[in-house]
Design a protein around this ligand. Structure first.
Ligand SMILES: Nc1ncnc2c1ncn2[C@@H]1O[C@H](COP(=O)(O)OP(=O)(O)O)[C@@H](O)[C@H]1O
Ligand SMILES: [Mg+2]
Length: 243
């Protein structure tokens, strides 16, 4: 599902967080939004999904303007701070969200079991969320975002607090989903994760300062370290966006 963001602005009180953001995300790819903490990544994701309105500009997903109720059913969202029910178990949370998304009862058990295996939570599926660690909640939250087999998966810092072995497993799975046609948008400030993605954009001071394939972005840096892109003076900040 192609996403087109056109001249989006967003301010909170006096603070302009997003300044004329224009961005195209191609379908069937893993796109990474990279930026320091507070640079506006979560705000842009939420606008792209139609969860909060922009002050100006527009967003379309698969050619449909957001917000759109039907589109929501096609999207899986893993928020930065998990939105799980603390008094329910991992399994019950999955069941609740599957019901909300009107998933078939027949396939639920098999689907949930498979997802819990992937995020390494099958053994603790009956643990209440309030008894889970931060990393465990992240993993359950990822399973919840996937339970209705979304065409567009939006992940806000999905692997913070997840150990390296499981992180690798999750990335392998995300790449498999991408190969099957799922579009994935992910935010991170962990630079090494960017190399797992196909395309990336760098957000700084309310502007997209670079946007390309990850391969090309890395090729632009002196030492192949994507972090350096944040230190390169970029003229695109001053350029008028085209959309
Ligand atoms: N609902 C809100 N009300 C006021 N300020 C907000 C709100 N949401 C985000 N902000 C501010 O907008 C800026 C960008 O936040 P955010 O999008 O969460 O950045 P990131 O996800 O890159 O860390 C921050 O300065 C944050 O404090
Ligand atoms: Mg954020």
């Amino acid at each position: 599902m192609k996403i087109e963001v056109c001249e989006v602005n967003k301010s909170f009180k006096q603070q302009q967080v997003l300044n004329q953001i224009s961005l195209t995300i191609e379908g069937g790819r893993i796109f990474c939004l990279l930026g320091a903490s507070g640079s506006g990544k979560t705000t842009l994701l939420r606008i792209m999904m139609g969860a909060i309105p922009a002050d100006g500009g527009s967003v379309t997903v698969g050619g449909i303007a957001v917000p759109n109720r039907q589109l929501l059913a096609e999207m899986g969202y893993m928020p930065q701070n998990e939105a799980l029910y603390e008094e329910l178990s991992a399994w019950e949370n999955l069941k609740f969200f599957a019901g909300l998304q009107r998933q078939s009862r027949k396939t639920f058990a098999a689907d949930a079991e498979a997802l819990l295996q992937i995020v390494d939570m099958a053994a603790c599926k009956n643990k209440l969320i309030r008894d889970c660690s931060g990393g465990m909640k992240k993993r359950i939250s990822l399973a919840v975002a996937l339970i209705h087999k979304p065409k567009l998966l939006v992940l806000d810092e999905p692997t913070v607090g997840v150990d390296p072995v499981l992180r690798r497993k999750i990335w392998l799975y995300l790449r498999q989903l991408r190969n099957e046609g799922t579009t994935i948008v992910v935010t991170t400030h962990v630079m090494d994760e960017v190399t797992q993605c196909d395309d990336a954009a760098l957000l700084r001071n309310g502007h997209i300062i670079a946007r390309d394939t990850v391969k090309n972005l890395i090729a632009q840096t002196p030492d192949g370290n994507i972090e350096e892109l944040f230190f390169i003076d970029n003229q695109s900040e001053a350029e008028a966006p085209l959309c």
